[in-house]
Design a protein around this ligand. Structure first.
Ligand SMILES: NC(=O)c1ccc[n+]([C@@H]2O[C@H](COP(=O)([O-])OP(=O)(O)OC[C@H]3O[C@@H](n4cnc5c(N)ncnc54)[C@H](OP(=O)(O)O)[C@@H]3O)[C@@H](O)[C@H]2O)c1
Length: 326
């Protein structure tokens, strides 16, 4: 099969390593049975195709339950001689139920066993929120968890460490109180929630920013079409560059030196989403897209908002907790 390999630039992390400028998202969503699982190796096959079209960076988390199939695909491609381990960048995340310092390295080893690999490139604390196995709150300070991440880093099991879903105050606290500076921060970013202040702060500290849910309301969320990015603006801009609205949204992140994490399981969209490094948006088009800012978060676990380390603004009517086990 002949495929066009997209050329993806890299950013330098503050620990001297390099990270590819786009990551493939691998969270398959959530339904009444819990986290949606890959059936018949669907995800493994998507990763094989993704490597063929040029993806070298994969974003997962222990809670997504996709580490096994990602690892299997990567090992297959290494065995085939198509890539070497050092060509691939794996980001995965520590789940909230393993926040005690002595739980972190154990969680890393569990992820490594699932991948069938011997190191992780970037390990993120998924949330600043510590939970017990039954999902009741712990009072574990995320600084304690960060020490555990530093332990795993020291052991060489994870090459870089970072944070996800931290607010500015929390990020600042880890930067000032930790021994290792976070290399990356992963947060929700799309034109409806550009996170200008947090991105500016992180980047000013040399922390690379990764943006999840980059398509905002261009795509269905929780089976619902939300208003926001509809209307002719994106289509008009896309037409001008001979690109799609989805590519324009991804490029809007790239223009801000943010790593977009688009998720797709479709081959045509894998190709579409990575082909964003051959055009540039003008300042005028960036400004037009910036006007979609209405502070909409699609990931807002308000059921945790009574937790002392909840990172987001609190709301009047929190949604019921779909995770609670007791
Ligand atoms: N750190 C965190 O807490 C956190 C939270 C959420 C997400 N994430 C990460 O970020 C990744 C992406 O976030 P996300 O899944 O919420 O949102 P997303 O990537 O913005 O949207 C995914 C949706 O867009 C569709 N899609 C993909 N490419 C498209 C295109 N070119 N045109 C039209 N539709 C397209 C996909 O459908 P098809 O698959 O059918 O193509 C899927 O329904 C996740 O997979 C995960 O790795 C991290």
């Amino acid at each position: 099969m002949s495929v066009c390999l997209a050329k993806v630039p890299k950013y330098e992390l503050n620990d001297g390593r390099e990270i590819p400028a786009i990551a493939l998202g691998t969270y398959l969503g959530y339904d009444k049975n819990g986290v949606v699982k890959s059936i018949n190796k669907q995800l493994r096959n998507v990763i094989l195709q993704a490597i063929d079209v040029g993806y070298r960076h994969f974003d997962t988390a222990s809670i997504y339950d996709t580490e096994e199939e990602i690892g299997e695909a990567i090992r297959m491609k290494i065995d085939e001689g198509a890539v070497r381990r050092e060509d691939i960048f794996i980001t995965t995340k520590l789940w909230n139920t393993h926040h005690r310092r002595n739980q972190v390295t154990k969680a890393v080893r569990e992820s490594l066993t699932k991948f069938g690999l011997d190191f992780i490139d970037l390990y993120l604390m998924h949330w600043p929120i510590g939970l017990n196995e039954d999902y009741s709150y712990t009072d574990v300070d995320y600084l304690e968890t960060w020490r555990g991440m530093e332990d795993a880093h020291q052991l060489g099991l994870v090459k870089s460490i970072g944070l996800s879903n931290f607010n500015k105050t929390q990020l600042e606290r880890v930067i000032t109180r930790g021994s290792v500076k976070p290399a990356a921060l992963q947060i929700e970013i799309h034109p409806q929630i550009p996170q200008t202040e947090l991105v500016r702060y992180a980047q000013s500290q040399g922390v690379v920013v990764m943006g999840y849910s980059p398509f905002g309301s261009l795509v269905m969320r929780y089976g619902v079409h939300f208003p926001g990015l509809d209307g002719p603006t994106l289509g008009d801009i896309a037409g001008k560059y001979g690109k799609t609205p989805a590519q324009v949204l991804l490029r809007w992140l790239v223009e801000r030196n943010i790593i977009p994490i688009p998720k797709t399981v479709k081959y045509s969209r894998l190709k579409e989403n990575i082909n964003i490094f051959d055009f540039q948006l003008t300042q005028e088009d960036m400004q037009k897209i910036n006007q979609f800012d209405d502070e909409t978060r699609y990931t807002m676990p308000s059921f945790w908002q009574t937790h002392p380390y909840y990172p987001f603004e609190r709301v009047d009517n929190p949604v019921p907790n779909p995770f609670r086990r007791s």
